[in-house]
Design a protein around this ligand. Sequence first.
Ligand code: PLP
Length: 386
Amino acid sequence: MAEYFRELFTPDRLFCPGPTPIPAEVVKASTCQIYHRSEEFQKIFKSCCEDLRPLFGTKNPAVILTASGTGAMESVVVSLTSVQDEVLVVNGGKFGERWEKLVNVYQCRPTVVKVPWGEAPQPEELVRHLTPHTRAVFIQANETSTGAYYPVKEIARALRASGYRGLIVVDAISSLGAHEMNMDAWDIDAVVAGSQKGFGLPPGLAFVALSDRALASFTNRPKFYFDLAKEWKGQKEGRSAWTPAISLIHGLRETLNLMHQVGFDKILEQHRRMAEGTRAAMEAMGLELFAKNCPSRALTSVKVPEGVDGVQWLKRVRRRFGMYVAGGQDELKGKIIRFSHLGFISQFDVIDGIAALELALAEEGSKIDIGHGVKTALGYWAKNPW
Ligand SMILES: *Cc1c(COP(=O)(O)O)cnc(C)c1O
């Protein structure tokens, strides 16, 4: 909670790559509760599965799970692989590491392509690690822990061009809504997403979109809750296997309405401009971009300047101004900050966040030209109006 007035008058503000801010209409809708086996609810549920399609770029309705994003990742691993399957995993940060842990728990045999943190994998490198027995390739779209965006389209194209006919699975949890996803056109088989990232919802829902190839590839290993074959069968009729997060489904209906109203192309375009304006501002503050060669449009990661304690800097932003900006994890703790502009965030929110970062950085003893970051972002947006 912030000092002074913010504490009294304004809720804390989120600039983390999940959870993201929730629009007022969605908060309101999320208080609704009706019986989930009623015809009325099943109609709403089914319409959500269908209206998620354009975000994934697919003709198949998405499956909705009551879980955080990791639950959707697990559902894909248990539903589409068997013990001893050869799989390829890209590990370029905490979330790639999560794929690696998951496939190990479920006793697949992974080949792990390690990517230096802050960088993206080369498509040819993945192709080199394929074998005739590779059943599935697991990658991120955004490696949220580093702020890197992986070239999903080029990776899928290179894999397919090499003759690979196995499964391609993408964790797009923090990229959906910020980066284009066209799973049918790019020949991708499973894409997972989560409600607290680009959707402007609280955590609690996870989404999985499946290609026809994936739908024909379910395995019969033991599983219970995260059984995508079972969910797919029921959800086509609006019936989830278990009690869904009813209130969040109402919120999802509302957030999808908002997104459809704005238009998906406009939303992607908005994220591009937000990311570019933010990067310009950070560089104007003298901060070096961390994922310089492959920056995400969902978040901007920058190095903490020499002589500044990154943990204290963000603590100060939180304590003084009530704003949450994410830091680095593991070996990057205190070394980078991760500033999110994902979801229902406007240019003016970003301006507030940058101003807070500037003030707190000066208070931490850094000699910066206060206001230069804000001015640069405004200048960028003035030249690139929306
Ligand atoms: C947020 C996130 C997840 C899922 O995290 P949960 O806490 O389980 O929702 C997975 N992958 C990426 C890339 C993410 O950004």
